[in-house]
Design a protein around this ligand. Structure first.
Ligand SMILES: Cc1ncc(COP(=O)(O)O)c(C=O)c1O
Length: 369
């Protein structure tokens, strides 16, 4: 018998299970709203044109020194850090920043977690309720003893529960780690205002809590990276210890290939501008689809309030639909959506919008909240 025979198969991640079910579904008008990454108006993955250009250019470079140390490509992380913190960052000038390249956003979180847990002795970490589920797995597996949730989503108002969040952070034991997302919060799409970020920074400092800032979607809220990174730069300007994980908004591989593409783009003002223009374009489409979705739901008299759809930010949209309603959308209408009601707004387009809205209307009427 194989030595691997008794290993229990892990639970399939919900998005992947939905992907498989969607692919197997022969229904012509099926819609998959659960995809993780950006889709264009045709429902396709969209590679930034500037990335294609950079790929061609680096093929000719023949540079084998691009990823020469354990810290990854120096050119990449130096230029990415500048973009992240701003070239006028006081922290950069005072040499208070350590950067390196990891294979992905999850990996940078894992390294942050190991540093905090194994080197600094932190024992408890806090995540928003709800959060991107990998946060919990990654931090637990790094050795943390306990995790707690701070309030974030208020299902009644369908908005950020800021006072609940503050109360939970004020009661957190000193030395706890707090995972925060600066923009386009996954999964709720709800972000604090600047004033609220300032209050969060104050409570972290006064309670001696350790922020880990996970930036996965900068640029997808306003179309401007700098604006979406406001909270990060505010935190850095305050002398608060900070660990930050940063996923590049351009598709990036674990190898030097992705790092070279990003470094190539960010070191050319023309290519950087093209990348920023593309970001503006996709964030504008996301905002347009949010408005079209809300308007169509309101126009057909779909029970409930839908203004939260346009008050949320970024790709993920927390619809407020119940688990029963989501199951009905999948089983009866072939619309694949996560049980939490989370969907990717960019999966909506003018070809599937009317069908999705009609099915939500029928579902919410048949299965009330
Ligand atoms: C909140 C959040 N953090 C980090 C990541 C990055 O994950 P990856 O490991 O795929 O780069 C994601 C991607 O879905 C995310 O949503």
């Amino acid at each position: 018998m194989s030595v691997f025979a008794n290993i229990k198969k892990g639970r399939c991640v919900e998005v992947h299970a939905l992907d498989i079910a969607y692919e197997d579904d022969p229904f012509e008008n099926k819609v998959n709203l659960s995809k993780v990454t950006y889709r264009n108006e045709k429902g396709e993955i969209w590679v930034f044109p500037v990335v294609r250009q950079a790929e061609k250019a680096i093929l000719d470079e023949n540079d084998h020194t691009a990823c020469s140390s354990a810290f990854g490509s120096e050119k990449f992380y130096k230029i990415a850090t500048k973009l992240f913190l701003g070239s006028d960052s006081q922290a950069l000038h005072e040499k208070r920043v350590l950067s390196f390249q990891t294979i992905s956003g999850s990996c940078s979180l894992r390294l942050s977690a190991e540093l905090l847990c194994q080197k600094l002795g932190c024992k408890i970490f806090y995540v928003s309720s709800p959060t991107w589920e990998n946060h919990i797995l990654v931090f637990k597996n790094a050795g943390f003893e306990e995790f707690r949730r701070y309030r974030y989503w208020n299902p009644i108002t369908r908005r950020l529960d800021f006072e609940g969040m503050m109360e939970d952070l004020e009661n957190a034991p000193a030395g706890s780690v707090v995972i925060l997302q600066p923009s386009a919060h996954n999964p709720t799409g709800c972000d604090p205002t600047h004033e609220q970020w300032a209050r969060i920074a104050d409570v972290l400092k006064s309670r001696k809590l350790f922020p880990v800032i996970d930036c996965a979607y900068q640029g997808l809220v306003t179309g401007e990276v700098e604006k979406d990174l406001w909270a990060v730069r505010y935190f850095i300007a305050k002398p608060t210890a900070l660990v930050s994980s940063y996923a590049s908004p351009t598709p990036q591989n674990p190898t030097s290939h992705g790092a070279r593409i990003v470094a190539h783009i960010l070191s050319s003002p023309t290519l950087m501008q093209e990348w920023k223009d593309s970001l503006k374009k996709i964030s504008a489409r996301v905002i347009e689809m949010r408005l079209a979705f809300r308007t169509a739901l309101e126009r057909c008299g779909c029970p409930g309030k839908w203004d939260h759809i346009t008050s949320q930010n970024g790709l993920t949209c927390y619809t407020g639909l119940t688990e029963q309603q989501c199951i009905n959308l999948i089983c009866q209408y072939h619309i694949y959506i996560l049980k939490s009601g989370r969907m990717n707004i960019s999966c909506l387009n003018y070809s599937n919008l009317d069908y999705v809205v009609k099915c939500i209307h029928e579902t919410v009427t048949k299965i009330p909240y």
